[in-house]
Ligand binder design. Structure first.
Ligand code: ADP
Ligand code: ADP
Length: 231
């Protein structure tokens, strides 16, 4: 699904070139559920921005779903971002005055679906995350965990090749965090490919593989033993 070879990102600072990412090589197969850990400044955000086609590498190759990303111009990059990648953020990023349905329909506006198709797919996606009874609620009528479930539904409606989640439980209490991890595990069971950044070991252990960054390099890539199952 995703093949990375010698990918780097350098920044210029005070005339000096600094590696935010050392040459990184990595493959993630279709349907894997991967957690990404590492201390602050270790390169996690830089890496996720490259994976999400929000930024371009300084060198190396990134192939997503058969497409060489590192060669694309801005327009093509935006296109891949819209069609191939679902994003979930710590802060939800929902439209505050719009219903759950409208929020979830949003990514489909650019994908050329009819109004009817948008409504049907958004309704189905909200059902998938357990919000079938909340279609017409606005974000301020939903709990934190429910808001994040709307964001997850929104990330899935274009059937992305990968789902990228950046600290998705960072704003949630532990009960809501477990609910969210249960949803990620359910999506994983349905075959969705997930990469999730967290600095909480408890959260990372819900994934099946944990990749650890330090100083812009991958220092560990482990299969999770005795994986936690969220209730
Ligand atoms: P993390 O997400 O793990 O906290 P980052 O990817 O944000 O780490 O940062 C990795 C390294 O790259 C850090 O040393 C950081 O200072 C540097 N860095 C990140 N973004 C920039 C930027 N826009 N300009 C210069 N240096 C940056
Ligand atoms: P379909 O044949 O209708 O696409 P599948 O059996 O492939 O259905 O998938 C089962 C469910 O998973 C459907 O509800 C579909 O919308 C959803 N689905 C399939 N692939 C993805 C994906 N990559 N991301 C999100 N949802 C997906």
């Amino acid at each position: 699904m995703l093949h990375i070879t010698d990918l780097t990102k350098r920044y210029e600072s005070g005339g000096l070139e600094q590696f935010a990412l050392q040459p990184i090589s990595l493959s993630v197969e279709q349907g894997e559920f991967v957690a990404i850990m590492g201390p602050s400044g270790s390169g996690k955000s830089t890496f996720m921005n490259l994976l999400g086609c929000l930024d371009k590498p300084s060198s190396g190759s990134y192939v997503l779903d058969g497409i060489e990303i590192s060669q694309l111009d801005e327009n093509k990059l935006a296109d891949v971002r819209n069609r191939k990648i679902g994003f979930v953020f710590q802060a939800f990023h929902l439209l505050p005055r719009s219903s759950a349905l409208t929020n979830v329909e949003l990514p489909m506006l650019y994908a050329g679906f009819s109004r009817k198709e948008r409504r049907e797919r958004a309704t189905e996606a909200l059902g998938r995350v357990g919000l079938a009874e909340r279609l017409h609620n606005r974000p301020n009528q939903l709990s934190g965990g429910q808001k994040q479930r709307v964001a997850i539904a929104r990330s899935l409606v274009n059937r992305p090749a990968i789902l990228l989640a950046d600290e998705p439980t960072g704003n949630l209490d532990s009960r809501s965090s477990l609910e969210i991890m249960a949803i990620f595990q359910e999506l994983h069971a349905q075959g969705v490919t997930i990469l999730l950044v967290t600095h909480e070991t408890d959260i990372a252990e819900h994934a099946e593989r944990i990749i650890t960054f330090r100083d812009g390099a991958i220092i560990a890539d482990d299969r999770v033993q005795n994986r936690r199952i969220a209730q």
